[in-house]
Design a protein around this ligand. Sequence first.
Ligand code: UD1
Length: 421
Amino acid sequence: MAVERFRIVGGARLCGEVKVAGAKNSVLKLMAATLLAPGKSTIRNVPEIVDVEIMAELLTRLGCSIERGKDFVTIDVPVAPGHRAEYDLVRKMRASINVLGPLVARVGQAEVALPGGDAIGSRGLDFHIKGLESLGATAHNEHGYVIASAPSGLTGAEISLEFPSVGATENLLTAAVLAKGRTTIDNAAREPDIVDLGNFLISMGAQIEGLGTPKLTIHGVSQLHPTDHTTIPDRIVTGTWAFAAAMTRGDITIHGGRAQDLEVPLEKLASAGAIITSTNDGIRVRMEGRPQSIDVATLPYPGFPTDLQPMVISLNAIADGDAIVTENVFEGRFMFVNELVRLGAQINVDGHHAAIRGIEQLSGAPVAATDIRAGAGLVLAGLVSDGITIVEDSSHIDRGYPHFAEQLQALGADVTRESVD
Ligand code: UD1
């Protein structure tokens, strides 16, 4: 596969309209959750991103048949799915781990490769494993795989998470729906993605209370049925467009963007000087002058999302004033700061705090995307840099932002994709 990069000529004010597709972090989990019922489930509002293809491949290897349309996917789940998720797929995409809960619950066993570290820090699985053990499964690591087994089925339990982990909440929720009796999950994650997954499961016949709160109560049922569901819009993509408008002093109408999923980031943007209004199907973000700097601490939902942290650091790099950004979710997430410094940003990192002194303008240079969100943050920085910025490894960005370069062009940015031999 040819390696691609983005070439950005800075200086454009982004103006116009964009449409936000379904949420990556929701649709991948819904795809994994179809394993819970034999038969054909359809998921709509599916974004055109490579991670959807990776999840489709994983499900195919588990015996499912997949039909992929432009914005939907239909998954035909067999009566007896396989139970092994191989390392070659799991290493490409951590959301592969989301087949663990459904497989243990439905098949009674799962062998899922350990995803390993990635560019945003270590990402444990201990909460997933402890929770499955509470539900009566045995689980251990062997030869790089989590091997979990519950041949006589799972039994409801009271689970309390040390941290409201998104992935652990999802795996335990998708396991508990088929467990015997009642399960409670305390300190559960409350992200809109969890609510979407819960509603998907309810439409399959699951009984779940407390979605969107820190306590989930699940009454297990003996079987679920296939469903047809439309995914929620991607709040991180929406937030990225909102930051792009504010940073470039632009005016973007984001169709499909849901303000209620982004209350804290939009409040922060308003305090930076952005004018945010609701439209009939989304939000409009405008900015006239230079943004004011904004202090931010990332937190689990409803706090400021860690996935928008690179965008807020990029904004602060060109804002009026000094800011502190504190990362509380992934310890490795400041790695991309070194790239931003190559563009002239004045940033000092001390542990999980970044102190940023805003300057008038960044200066274009070659940089590398280390993960999806860091890549998007660097593109935004390139848009407000003097001259040319090359963002290498743009395939990371394409994993989370369908047609990003093309959408930027439509808003007036000078961004082109280049193939690298
Ligand atoms: C998901 C999102 C990611 C987002 C993150 C937080 C997907 C595919 N990814 O990741 O984009 O940034 O939520 O909103 O949906 N932890 C443990 N042990 C565990 C599980 C987690 O220590 O068993 C720690 C992690 O190392 C991390 C923190 O908990 O420091 C949060 O992780 P988690 O909420 O689980 O994130 P993911 O589900 O991996």
